[in-house]
Ligand binder design. Structure first.
Ligand code: SAM
Ligand code: SF4
Ligand code: SF4
Length: 411
């Protein structure tokens, strides 16, 4: 079997990805979107019965076979599309993160039957969260279940999402630790990962087994709380990379990330900045999910971040995936033109912001913001029906939350 073209991906040989509902059958988070998110529930519990590595290798057999034959599996289409467009794909990122495993794959030391080498774990720890952000879904925050029942007029909506609790199963974490000698990266999101008590016990188990010093921890967090345990446990690991979800400043932040308070986030950001080394943080990125409510706030958030030296000064632009009506493309053309103008001026000003060019993510930020300007000006993407849906969902949540769109947008 030859692999003339570069189609390979390390993940079916070294990765465990678990969805919010506890489904461990997807090869990675990126593949979820290629086939749609029709997840099975709790398949992860089956894995905690033992034989984790064998079961994982078995479940990846078809995918491995396709890669080794030089094919581009359908479930991976999102990655190959990005590769062709010249955008960095999760496939390339993962191959880069594990160069030794990638080399073994290329020189055929790894094959169809190789046991899973569990180097990379990505856990979406259910849907327990203290926030109900406007653009989020009930699968990630159970606080949104009742809202969506009312909004959709469907009292059965989200019944299966009410009792997700696989992430409290201590046996699951114990089983990971039993098979954890090769772990190099653990990524945790949710829900809000800092709220999950068992995830901190998981860290304690990894420390007790002597694995922690080889492991980098990564978190997507809303930063509304910083648990005491972080101070004690994180320094025992190789390092901690934070992706801090902050979608704007002041009133824009509070409008989207309900019911969080901006002053609390500011305090927690300052705490991280002041205790960066003590907490063993190696990088803290601000992740902004760009949507209709905050696209105009990109300059304000970026300017606010200039006061930090350790926390990244430019946000990572994460484009909203669903629902379509909350995309910035739902906004009326005249408003979109105004925002495009504001972003263009900002892009010119940004060269004057001291030290920005040295930041790793600066180039990405410029490219993504330039893309946003082009898309804002692309009138073909506007549909009146989508705008009407945007108004409908916005008014629904405004009424429930006693908030006003006009406080954050001047349409
Ligand atoms: C679902 S949250 C879970 C972790 C944590 N609660 C947080 O907010 O970071 C993970 C990331 O998904 C982003 N996100 C939420 N809704 C999204 C959507 N509709 N499209 C794209 N990203 C979204 C959030 O902003 C956050 O950065
Ligand atoms: S190619 Fe992409 S979608 Fe497929 S397993 Fe690798 S990272 Fe996941
Ligand atoms: S904090 Fe994260 S999981 Fe919770 S509602 Fe917001 S985006 Fe969703």
């Amino acid at each position: 079997m030859s692999n003339k073209k570069d189609n390979l991906c390390v993940l079916p040989w070294n990765h465990l990805f678990v969805t919010n509902t506890g489904d461990a059958s997807f090869p990675c988070c990126s593949s979820q979107y290629s086939l749609g998110r029709n997840e099975k529930s709790d398949s992860v519990l089956k894995l905690s019965g033992g034989g984790l590595l064998k079961e994982l290798s078995e479940s990846k057999k078809n995918l491995r076979e396709a890669f080794l034959k030089g094919e581009e599996p359908k479930i991976c289409s999102g990655c190959y599309e990005k590769d062709r467009e010249g955008i960095w794909s999760y496939r390339k990122t993962s191959n880069d993160l594990f160069p030794k495993t990638y080399d073994e794959l290329k020189n055929k030391s790894l094959d169809l039957a190789s046991p899973m080498k569990l180097e990379f774990i990505d856990l979406r720890l259910g849907n327990l969260c203290n926030l109900a952000c406007r653009m989020c879904d009930a699968g990630s925050s159970r606080l949104l279940i009742d809202d969506y029942r009312e909004y959709l007029g469907d009292e059965n909506f989200g019944k299966e999402l009410e009792g997700i609790n696989w992430f409290s199963d201590r046996g699951f974490y114990k089983n990971l630790v039993e098979n954890g000698k090769d772990i190099k990266i653990i990524n945790m999101a949710g829900g809000e990962p800092f709220l999950i008590e068992e995830s901190w016990e998981f860290l304690e188990m990894l420390i007790d087994r002597g694995f922690a010093k080889n492991i980098e921890l990564r978190y997507n967090t809303n930063l509304t709380i910083i648990p005491e345990k972080a101070k004690k446990l994180w320094p025992k690991f190789k390092g901690v990379v934070l992706f801090l979800s902050i979608d704007g400043i002041d009133d824009v932040y509070e409008y989207i990330r309900y019911p969080a308070k901006w002053t609390k986030i500011e305090k927690n950001l300052e705490y991280l900045e002041d205790n960066f080394e003590d907490l063993n943080i190696t990088a803290a990125n601000i992740q902004m999910t760009v949507q209709a409510y905050n696209i105009a706030n990109i300059p304000e958030l970026t300017k606010y971040l200039q006061k930090f030296e350790k926390i990244s000064k430019v946000p990572l632009i994460n484009l909203l995936e669903t629902p379509n009506e909350l995309s910035f493309k739902s906004l009326p053309i005249d408003y979109r033109k105004e925002v495009a103008k504001k972003l263009k001026i900002f892009l010119m000003d940004i060269f004057d912001l001291k030290g920005l060019q040295k930041i790793d993510t600066y180039e990405d930020f410029l490219r993504n913001t330039t893309y946003l300007v082009e898309e804002l000006l692309n009138e073909a993407t506007f549909q009146d029906s989508q705008y009407q849906e945007f108004i409908r969902i916005t008014e629904f949540f405004d009424n429930k939350r006693k908030q006003k769109l006009s406080d954050v947008l001047n349409l």
